[in-house]
Design a protein around this ligand. Sequence first.
Ligand SMILES: Nc1ncnc2c1ncn2[C@@H]1O[C@H](COP(=O)(O)OP(=O)(O)O)[C@@H](O)[C@H]1O
Ligand SMILES: [Mg+2]
Length: 315
Amino acid sequence: MTRPAAPDGEGVPAIEAVDVSRTYQLDGVSVEALRGVSLVVQPGDYVALVGPSGSGKSTLMHLLGGLDRPSGGRLVIGGRDVGALSPPEMATLRNETIGFVFQAFHLLPRTSAVENVALPLVYRGVPARQRRERAAAMLGRVGLGHRLDHRPNQMSGGEQQRVAIARALVTEPTVLLADEPTGNLDSVTGAAVLELLEQLNVESGVALVMVTHDQEVAARARRRITMRDGVVVADSAGDGSTDLHDLPPFVDHGRPATLVAAPSAEPRSVSGSGPGHPSGGSGGAAGATGRLPRPPATGSGTDHAGRATGGGSGS
Ligand SMILES: Nc1ncnc2c1ncn2[C@@H]1O[C@H](COP(=O)(O)OP(=O)(O)O)[C@@H](O)[C@H]1O
Ligand SMILES: [Mg+2]
């Protein structure tokens, strides 16, 4: 897909929502889930999206990821106004731009880790051998190089979520949308998954927008957006980008190729049980992912946001 703006999306917001609304019709009743939300997600951003249950966070995430369309307002993803796109064009835009991670993992249960991760590349027409290579490499980056042929029900909850993260990133998206990604995990496992997401944000430059109920997590994000009753009531970024360059302390790990924190002792989860994918269609979460995370070794030493990339690099 051609990008309408400057090379490498320079200066173009990753996502821009202007006065976006979303009204659901349910048994003849209108539910105004979003009532005029405006925000900009910049390349490399790290946003915590917080607010009480029912405030519209998941609805907003679905819109930001192009899984759903606004009832009103303007939504621009990767420089493209979604109002002008056909459903197949939307699916392509998602595949090229967005990665999703959900609370319930949504892996295909009878399919190996490497095949789950490779799935978004099928929709891209990548040949089978390359799919497997790229999926295996991505699994290595999330610390699961030794679990390539395990099925979800042979893995712990934390491992399953790392597979889901690898699947979300194998296509190198510009934005990773994570809706309560640690909600099904114990606190130790959840912390490790979170650290992984934060490292991926810093090292590959993928913008991270994460719904969380955890105040500590929200405090660590570079930016907090608070929702209530379908509107944004606070956005710590103010103009949408001011604190983009303020890096949290976790950057200085000097972490090498594997991005995962030290393996934690996780309980095996009862798995393979999740409900169907909530968004459905076009390959579900797997189909709804985007471009590949920039490998740490590309040499420039900075990511999209112009920040120094983490120490590691090597090969
Ligand atoms: N598919 C749907 N049909 C009807 N109402 C919905 C649907 N999805 C969400 N809602 C309603 O929209 C509001 C916002 O929901 P949601 O975005 O899931 O909030 P949150 O993720 O913050 O808990 C709630 O009142 C919810 O009941
Ligand atoms: Mg929700």
